[in-house]
Design a protein around this ligand. Structure first.
Ligand SMILES: Cc1cc2nc3c(=O)[nH]c(=O)nc-3n(C[C@H](O)[C@H](O)[C@H](O)COP(=O)(O)OP(=O)(O)OC[C@H]3O[C@@H](n4cnc5c(N)ncnc54)[C@H](O)[C@@H]3O)c2cc1C
Length: 432
């Protein structure tokens, strides 16, 4: 039996039966009833917890082929993006879409159809996949792509690991001149100012994102708009990630509370409240949190909950002000809030989360029932305004919200493998 946890550390540790995916065993029947692949557990809740049998992909982590002229790469699904970068960045290549951490696997990037800071011009991860090689519970290895088994492809991209074991992924990389980003930082003092800045910056910048402070009253939203482009100056392709280990163990109580959050948010805003252009290292721009190893442990034994939703652009000022009001009224201060506007590039997956609109990813220390009341209230707003919740961050959405968030669920179910199952999916589907 093996103990697994996910990034939020918000669920009791699970002891599970497990198998390792290896080059020797993948053709044998490794999938049994209730199986699910565990990538690197960087999802925040139970989407990466198998119902009965965990299949670890960490040893299935090779680059299979790379064409250094075209940038087409095929890798095994257990490859961690950080290890991929160590190989491809010095050769002048990079992934077209990256999340806020490089410690996820290629399989995890596919199964949650992850998005990055460039959704407005590149869409999500699935938009750049050329082909997936999948193993199903009948022991078939199946190629799927836009040209072959397209339905299975659409079910597997963003398919939460439920269509089978993703073995290999072929993807088109983008070219990189060096490891720098030309960054602009601009403060804003209201949500409508954010929307205007976003409109202005989106056409000039490949990457845009904002850090938000909800403040202490309904009129006090402010933030820092961060945008960037790959630098054209120089040819330094060295790639190194420094990591600091601050938490050798999980403290019993959270170090993150209203007081520390308030101090840190104020300090961050003060540091960045002037418009500034600078050249920054690629990993500082994309993965600032990766500097501190296991930063999630700062939230203590109860962990953290990240609530990520997307709201349609129609009436977005109204819906966001309702969200804001409910957070202020609850008295719970989010520890980190990230805001991004998704563009209109259609995702490939039936269950892909990214869609046109405004997405907030809000971190909260796990305060059990008090937080749960707030999130139930936020759900009502997300539901009423036609928004959706992101399964990769979830431990609590109900079936009504899931069905509402993913209108293509029935098409997805036609390709779900009957033996693959997660705690997340079981929890959702057993409800009436
Ligand atoms: C600091 C931080 C920042 C983040 N930023 C972003 C962001 O900007 N954008 C974003 O979209 N997400 C973001 N995430 C979430 C993260 O990118 C996703 O949860 C991702 O799917 C985690 O990948 P993993 O390899 O750890 O997979 P896991 O969390 O272990 O698993 C995720 C899902 O992938 C499935 N899976 C994994 N490998 C396979 C395989 N070989 N075959 C079939 N299914 C498989 C699992 O079954 C599960 O359903 C962030 C997470 C953290 C901790």
């Amino acid at each position: 039996m093996i103990k697994i946890s996910s990034w939020g550390n918000n669920l009791p540790a699970r002891y599970m039966n497990s198998k390792n995916l290896t080059e020797q065993n993948y053709s044998k029947s490794i999938i049994t009833e209730g199986s699910l692949v565990f990538g690197n557990g960087r999802s925040y809740g139970d989407v990466c917890f198998a119902k009965d049998l965990v299949i670890f992909s960490k040893d299935y982590n090779r680059i299979v082929t790379i064409d250094e002229n075209t940038g087409i790469i095929t890798c095994q699904s257990g490859l961690i993006l950080h290890d991929l970068f160590k190989e491809i960045i010095p050769k002048g290549w990079f992934l077209p879409v990256v999340p806020g951490t490089q410690f996820i696997t290629v399989g995890g990037a596919v199964a949650n159809d992850i998005h990055g800071k460039n959704h407005h011009n590149k869409g999500s991860f699935g938009n750049h996949i050329i082909e997936i090689l999948l193993l199903d519970s009948q022991n078939n290895t199946i190629k799927c792509s836009k040209n072959e088994n397209y339905d299975l492809f659409k079910a597997t991209v963003g398919g939460l690991g439920l269509t089978g074991v993703i073995l290999e992924v072929k993807i088109q990389l983008i070219q990189l001149d060096n490891t720098y980003i030309e960054q602009n930082i601009t403060p804003f003092y209201s949500f409508s100012e954010y929307l205007n800045l976003n409109k202005e910056f989106e056409s000039d910048y490949e990457y845009t994102v904002a850090w938000v402070d909800f403040g202490s009253s309904v009129n006090t939203i402010k933030g820092i708009f961060i945008s960037g482009n790959h630098s054209k100056k120089g040819d330094n392709l060295q790639y190194k990630q420094r990591r600091i280990r601050l938490f050798p163990f999980t403290p019993p109580l959270s170090l993150v509370n209203n007081l520390t959050v308030s101090i840190l948010n104020k300090a961050y805003f003060l540091k960045n409240k002037k418009i500034k252009n600078s050249t920054v290292k690629i990993n500082k721009f994309f993965f600032p949190l990766d500097l501190i190893h296991d930063w999630n442990k700062a939230y203590g034994k109860r962990g953290l909950i990240q609530y990520q939703f997307v709201l349609p652009l129609e009436r977005v000022e109204e819906s966001v002000s309702k969200i804001h009001k409910k957070i202020i009224e609850s008295g719970i201060e989010p520890s980190l809030t990230v805001l991004k506007t998704f563009g209109d590039i259609h995702p490939e997956g039936y269950l892909s989360f990214p869609r046109e609109g405004v997405t907030f990813a809000i971190d909260f220390p796990n305060k059990k029932s008090k937080l749960s009341n707030l999130l139930n209230e936020l759900d009502k707003v997300v539901f009423r305004y036609g928004g959706a919740l992101y399964p990769a961050k979830d431990i609590r959405m109900d079936k009504k919200m899931f069905v509402h968030s993913f209108p293509n669920l029935q098409q997805f179910l036609k390709s779900k493998d009957p033996k693959m199952n997660s705690k997340f999916f079981e929890r959702i589907m057993r409800q009436n």
